[in-house]
Structure formats: C-alpha cells, structure tokens
Design a binder for this molecule. Sequence first.
Ligand code: SF4
Length: 360
Amino acid sequence: MEKININELTFEELEHFIEELGEKKFHARQIFKWIHREKVTSFDEMTDISKALREKLKEKTYILELKVIECQKSKKDGTMKFLIELPDNNAIESVLMRYHHGNTICVSSEVGCKMGCKFCASTKEGFVRPLLASEIEGQLHTVERYTKEKISNIVYMGIGEPLDNYDNVVKSIRIINYPLGLNIGARHISLSTCGIVPNIYRLAQENIQCTLSISLHATTDEKRKETMPIANKYSIKEILDACKEYIKITGRRISFEYALIYNQNDSKEDALALAKLLKGMIAHVNLIPVNEIKNGVYKKAPEKRIEDFMNTLNSCGVVTTVRRELGSDIDAACGQLRKKYIDKTDEFSDKKYKEKDNNK
Ligand code: SF4
C-alpha cells in the first residue's frame, strides 16, 4: 500500500486518520504540532508519542521534506532566493524578504505557469503541474529550517497562478493558518492573481480573510491583452466586479499590482485611467518597476516616470506606493533562478546525450 504524505492532512483529516489506526483522537494534536509547528523531518523526533504509534506512522505515512538546491543572498538587503527540489525532482523558487514588519516569504503555487504573461520568466518553460498544499507549506518549513528564522508573512506571488490551483492553495492557507500549526494569521497572507474571475468569487465565500492582490498591469482590455493572455478570457470590468464582491463579503481592501513597463503602460494618461477605474473602491495600488528578464522585450520605466505615475494616482485619491526593489543583485525576479537551472540541466543532459552519441 502506498504511504500517505502526512503533511498533506488537515487537522480534521489527521484526527480521522488516527482514529482509523485504532488510536485515541488526541494524538492528532501532538502529531499536527510536531509536523507543522516544530517542522520535524523524522517520526523519532516526536518524543511525546509512544514508540508503538511512531512505528505505525512510519509504516503508513511519510513526512514530506523538500531540499534546497541553491540559495542566493543579496548583499544589499539580505533577500534570499531559494531553488527548492520537490520529490519528483522538479524545482520551484521561494524568496525570503526582510521588511520592518517581519520576514515575508514569497511562495510558488505551481511548477511553471500556463498564464503566459509576457513580462514573466516563470511561464517561459511552460506548465508542469500544480503544487500540493504540503509542497506550498513545505517552502516555509524548508526556509525556516535553513535560516533558523521565523516567517511572519506569506505572499502567494511566486511561480504559478494561485487561483489556477485553487483547492490546494486554499487548503495550504487553512493548514498554515491553523492554531496548532504555523498559526500565521490570514491577514498576514496575501494571494496574488492575474484575475481568474470565477475563483475570486469562490475565494470570497471561503471565510479566509486573506489579502487579495490583482495583477492588473494595464487600464484597457486591449492593452492588457498585449502582455497578459488571461485578458482574452476575462475583461477588466469582470475582474473589478468580482473584486467589489470580495470587498463586500470580506471587508478587506484589495491591492492592485501594476508593473510599470517603459512606454507601454507608464504614461500620465494611464495613471489617470487607472484612477478612474478604481474610483470608489477600497483599494491600494502597488507599483512595480518591471523586472527585466534575460531575452525579455520589456524595459523598466525610469525612476522619474515611476514617481510621476505614483503622484498622479495619489493626487486622485488612490493610495499608491512603489514596491521596494529587493534582491536586485541576485536572480530575485520570479522564475529566473528556475529558468537558469532548467537551462543548465538541459545543457547538461544535451551534453551527456551528445557524449553518449559520440561513444556509439
Ligand atoms: S506573472 Fe504570475 S500568472 Fe503571469 S505568467 Fe508569471 S507566474 Fe504566471
């Protein structure tokens, strides 16, 4: 019989599983704490559990452990970027950023991404598979173990579209949020989407209270379609209607991400159009100087243009900030490190293949 990944069980599922093993339900509390709060990687570390139960757990389950393949640390601001290996040898990225309000991790939600945003390196290698809830939470465990530092905030803004992997992402939030586990409050969890409209409505009903960020990046559907293929499916109006519903149900402010691309979406007219779109909404705009990726066609807007854009929005009453660029001396942009790794691995297997061929 195939062993169960014990990290994948919610508290209620674990209770049920323990009962099925013929054990008392209260053991689920101890085990959940060991797995999710203490982040143990072996059942033998569960010192308050009997040896007999530990043996039963070993026989039926396994503890998921992800490995760090590479870690880059910025000399400028201490940002750390991790390339993490999954059990099936796929690689994902997580970034640890240091803010005054605490350590924030940016997690991946999928291996690759199908959304095809033109300014993003995560999508260049296509989509491989969604991540399990335990592989999402596992990124926190791995980084906390590696750095021996506590993480207090999470942003679902790494590789992948979180609302494309809806069930696993929501499950991961519930596990991360659970009091016996990492116990990170939903208000410290932010989920960023390119705008999968039906799932914004679903998320509003989940009673989770996490912050929702929308990657908007343009003020008209035509312009948005030039960089984000998802715009062919959902219009800006449909996205904003879903956001209004999210605000109505959760009472939470929505954050709009706007990557400024030189001469593409960074004019004063764009800023005024954005202010008009968001008029009357509880919203915050986060301006992101677009990351220039290797072989990418888009250029970062100059600082003066970014500042003018922000001032125009603020003067229209839209609270706007510019995201601080972190890790500019490392491959901190989403997907860059994984892409390099895949290129290197491909080169390596190509070379090996050629060598094999020559030896024939
Ligand atoms: S920006 Fe996000 S949604 Fe778009 S391709 Fe990159 S990871 Fe996917």
